[in-house]
Design a protein around this ligand. Structure first.
Ligand SMILES: Nc1ncnc2c1ncn2[C@@H]1O[C@H](COP(=O)(O)OP(=O)(O)O)[C@@H](O)[C@H]1O
Ligand SMILES: [Mg+2]
Length: 315
């Protein structure tokens, strides 16, 4: 496997290699979490982290990409993180193919360390990290720079997504996020595959805001309400509900009625994003939308969301 290849090694589950990698990722995450705990004793989070969730197809990647680029244009140093093993975020952000090809998924970290140190799991992984505890270095090494200066980090998988739980990968990602204490003017926007289930409470240590995206449909809202409840349970204080692809006031009324039926917790804010046919003209890249004059409706709406995350990020 060549370093720099964004390809995920396809490993059959329950083989020795699979078990070895799983163990290594968990162990790596544990050590990193320990180091993070120490670090947080003396460092204060001055930036903010936002996690984006919702049902597949709701518009998470589209809105996460717009939000990342809008905040970057406002002068923030933005780290856009793709937790989805499908890795759609780089294209949505408008990375060119050459740059996207340079991305190394975070889950390949173990290969990198192995290449560098020859360490095996259970031996030197954690030691390597503690000697080189600079996660900004991890981000430099594994991330790439995209349009508007947005840095992109992707999680990837060590096994085929079809094999189920991405628990070790998510444990590693959550630990890296926990370790990453942001300075003033730094922002993390994390796009997810579906939910927060696999993160557990680790996620809430770093993420004070979750953005739950839903189309105004019954199934979408069911997933959204679940995500809102889970965000609250995990201890994320600010939960923003984004109703996406809204076509009418009736859509909003319906969505809110469904939310009540599912006993949704009160969201911190509600943002409506209209259905915007311009999105499909350029998809998956949101870049061209940002340069249009007049501003497309979706851009105006995500600017409103950007105002909100800025405001709650500074509380
Ligand atoms: N406001 C919108 N108006 C029109 N199309 C949208 C809007 N938001 C998202 N889409 C489209 O919906 C589809 C799913 O969006 P995507 O961001 O990939 O969802 P997710 O990441 O939640 O699976 C894409 O084709 C995208 O272009
Ligand atoms: Mg997506």
């Amino acid at each position: 496997m060549s370093p720099g290849s964004p390809k995920t090694p396809v490993i059959e589950p329950e083989t020795e290699e699979y078990k070895r990698r799983k163990k290594a990722l968990f162990e790596f995450a544990d050590r990193l979490r320990e180091a993070a705990k120490e670090r947080r004793k003396t460092m204060k989070e001055e930036g903010f982290k936002v996690v984006v969730t919702g049902k597949g197809g709701a518009g998470k990647t589209t809105i996460a990409a717009l939000l990342a680029r809008i905040l970057a244009r406002r002068g923030y140093r933005v780290l856009a993180v793709d937790e989805d093993p499908q890795i759609n975020l780089p294209n949505a952000l408008g990375l060119d193919k050459e740059t996207a090809d340079k991305i190394i998924p975070l889950s390949r970290n173990i290969d990198y360390i192995e290449e560098k140190t020859g360490a095996r799991p259970g031996e030197e992984w954690g030691v390597f990290l503690i000697v080189n505890p600079d996660v900004s270095d991890v981000i430099e090494r594994f991330g790439v720079r995209g349009p508007d200066g947005v840095t992109v980090l992707v999680m990837g998988t060590v096994v085929q997504a079809a094999t189920g739980c991405l628990c070790p990968e998510n444990a590693l990602l959550a630990a890296v996020m926990d370790y990453l204490v942001l300075r003033k003017g730094e922002v993390v926007i994390m796009d997810t595959q579906a939910g927060l289930e696999h993160f557990g409470r680790a996620i809430a240590k770093g993420f004070k805001q979750s953005v739950v995206i839903s189309e105004p449909t019954h199934n979408g809202m069911q997933v959204a309400v679940h995500a809102m409840k889970l965000s609250k349970e995990l201890g994320i204080p600010y939960v923003h509900l984004v109703l996406n692809k809204v076509r009418s006031e009736r859509d909003v009324e319906r969505a809110m009625r469904i939310a009540r039926e599912f006993n949704a917790p009160e969201p911190t804010t509600i943002v409506r994003v209209p259905y915007d046919p311009l999105v499909l003209e350029y998809e998956p890249n949101v870049g061209p939308l940002l340069d249009m004059d007049p501003k497309p409706p979706i851009v105006k709406a995500v600017e409103e969301l950007a105002d909100i995350v800025e405001k709650y990020g500074s509380l």
